[in-house]
Design a protein around this ligand. Sequence first.
Ligand code: XMP
Length: 494
Amino acid sequence: DGFAAEKLFNQGYSYTYDDVIFLPHYIDFPTDAVELHTKLTKNISLSIPCVSSPMDTVTESYMAVAMAALGGIGILHSNNTPSEQFSLLQSAKSRRIPFVSDFEIKSPSDVIESESDFGSSSVILVTETGNRKSRVMGYVLKSDWVSLKNKDGRVCDYMLKLDFSVPNSYDLDQIAGFLGEKGVKLVPTVRETDGEVVDLMTLEDIERFQELPKRGLPSLASNGEFLVGAAIGTRESDKERLEYLVKGGVNAVVLDSSQGNSIYQLDMIKYIKKTYPELDVIGGNVVTKYQAQNLIQAGVDGLRVGMGSGSICTTQEVCAVGRGQATAVYKVSSVAAQCGVPVIADGGISNSGHIVKALVLGASTVMMGSYLAGSTEAPGAYVVQDGRRLKKYRGMGSLEAMTKGSDQRYLGDKSKLKIAQGVVGAVADKGSVLKFVPYAMHAVKQGFQDLGASSLQSAHDLLRSEVLRLEARTGAAQVEGGVHGLVSYEKKSF
Ligand code: XMP
């Protein structure tokens, strides 16, 4: 019944995830018995198969920390200067708690002019010179400031004194313990190496964390820091960028290119493997066996797969090059598996079913942009449009992003003309990744259970041994597989 993957993907068609469907197999274990632990690269293990994309509207330090706390990993984007990217890395590496702390800082001699000076937080922290690097002196609660009769004074006239902090290496339980013992409502966490303020934790924050869905094991390096990856390009100047990142303790680098099978990338892989033999290198992007073989021979520890499948991509239309993502993942994985190189299925994920398809077709992880871009942890502020909260999401090949510097990914050589291969848009607010990713992982486990696969390895084995069967879906089958035949209604009319 149905087709073996080897037959389905060898008929001359380029299939996307939606074009194919698995036939159910046999269930002999509960959903919770499904194990999603996996590998990002030859040497890096993760407890969930999720990677956030190196895009400037997806992965900066908060996303990297949250992804690692969930058991996945974030790849910091490189649409910035080397020292800016280093700061993002340092900020992620300083954190032990996946907390988005958006508080303002003032000095004692500053004045608070309006409520908007508090930004989105309910507290202003006071340090000696008004920046994160100086001594903590006090704080002002918004609720106290609002009820002040005379608001003209300086911060030192009404701030509450704060002469304690905890080291940034404290975990949630240690911070909760400290707040309980001291009988205080908030405490700054301070980086042990240089005294810089990292976060400002309140009792309410801790309670919010404790209500989050259960997470798997976090992704930690041997020194207890979160695992963090970073993107770089293949120019000479990227060697300097890489030096910064290695100093900052980066755990893996992604060579960020839309067509990775180039002399520039092969040279860079060899350079990195010679200069930093301990560092894991992810090459790509690739969509064919031939491309993959070249990068594997050059020594990559992981392969990133996808060309033009991303939600904001226009590469296939602009350049007439690319491949349907289901076909690309299957083809590349079949050669990568023989060499023990894990595959990252990059782009085109818009629901948990796509994650199941990517993983069963051979990927070890999925890389996501739009799926994560509307979250609390993504960079940028929410805007309200037509009553909906949205966050900006843009392709790194969009003119807007390239103007900021990401042109290398799409130009590769020394070309000067800029041709857009991506667009700018917005995505809806999804809340915290700490909340919705665990639900998505549970859905993925249910998909695996339907297929009778209790782990990624068993799914890959079942696919290759042709026990798992697939079919292509007609247009009508795709419509039938989605919600259809309903009219919208307002509850009150019933
Ligand atoms: P999703 O579908 O998760 O895709 O939003 C994210 C992936 O898309 C790639 N990417 C681009 N591809 N033009 C492209 O052709 C672009 O401007 C662009 N920006 C990102 C990238 O691989 C990312 O991980």
